[in-house]
Design a protein around this ligand. Structure first.
Ligand SMILES: [Fe+2]
Length: 212
C-alpha cells in the first residue's frame, strides 16, 4: 500500500474522495451551500494559522504564511477573499438569506477542527493543508453553479474579482502544498501521517459543504 503512494497520487486520492461525496451528489440547496462556503471562507485563515503553529521548519512556515497572507488580500484589506465573495453574493436577490442563518452545527464543526488541527503532528498538519487545497478547483466550480442558481449571471461571476483571483491563485496554493509536502518527505517524515491529515481535511470539507 505505502509503495503505491506518491505525492501526486495522494492528492488524487483525496480529490477523488471529495468528488464522489460532494461533486457527484451536486448541490440541492444553493443558499445553504453559499451560507456554509462564505462562512468557511471568512474563517479559513484560522486553519492555516493552526497548521502553522505545528510547523518547525522555517521554509514550510513561510509557505503557510504566504497562503494565509494571500487569503487576507496580499496587503490590501479590500481584497480579503471572503470580502470579495460577499461582494459577489450581494448581487443575488437571495443575498439576505445567504448572509444570515448559518446552522450552529457548522460553527461547532469549524471550532472543533481548529482544536484538532492545533494538536496534530507536523506531518499531519501539512497533510491537512494539502487536503484542504486539493479540491480547490472542484469547489470553485461548485461555487459557480451555486451562484448561478441564486440568480447571478454567468458573465458577472466570471469577471468578478473573486473568480479572477481564484482561477489564478488556487494553482499557486496547490503548488505551495506540493512544495511543503516535498520538503517534509525529503526530511524523512511519514507519508502515512501526511495521508491521515489529508483525510481529515477531506472529511471536514465533506461535512462542511457536502449534502447542501
Ligand atoms: Fe481564497
Amino acid at each position: 500500500m505505502m509503495m503505491l503512494l506518491s505525492r501526486e497520487n495522494l492528492e488524487d486520492i483525496l480529490r477523488s474522495r471529495f468528488c464522489k461525496q460532494v461533486v457527484e451528489q451536486g448541490i440541492n440547496d444553493a443558499v445553504k451551500f453559499l451560507q456554509r462556503w462564505s462562512y468557511l471562507s471568512s474563517q479559513v485563515t484560522r486553519l492555516h494559522g493552526a497548521a502553522l503553529a505545528r510547523i518547525h521548519i522555517p521554509d514550510i512556515q513561510y509557505l503557510l504564511a504566504e497562503i494565509a497572507y494571500g487569503e487576507c488580500g496580499f496587503g490590501n484589506k479590500d481584497k480579503i477573499h471572503s470580502k470579495l465573495l460577499v461582494n459577489l453574493i450581494n448581487q443575488s436577490p437571495f443575498s439576505c438569506s445567504i448572509t444570515q442563518g448559518l446552522d450552529k452545527i457548522f460553527v461547532q464543526l469549524f471550532e472543533e477542527t481548529v482544536m484538532e488541527l492545533s494538536h496534530m503532528s507536523q506531518d499531519e498538519a501539512i497533510g491537512f493543508i494539502v487536503g484542504l487545497e486539493a479540491p480547490a478547483y472542484q469547489i470553485l466550480q461548485l461555487l459557480q453553479q451555486a451562484l448561478l442558481k441564486v440568480g447571478i449571471l454567468e458573465k458577472d461571476i466570471i469577471k468578478s474579482e473573486y473568480f479572477v483571483i481564484h482561477n489564478l491563485v488556487e494553482k499557486e496554493h496547490q503548488e505551495s502544498g506540493h512544495e511543503a509536502m516535498e520538503m517534509i518527505m525529503n526530511s524523512g517524515f511519514e507519508l502515512s501521517q501526511i495521508h491521515k491529515g489529508g483525510d481529515q481535511a477531506i472529511n471536514f470539507l465533506i461535512k462542511m459543504i457536502g449534502d447542501a
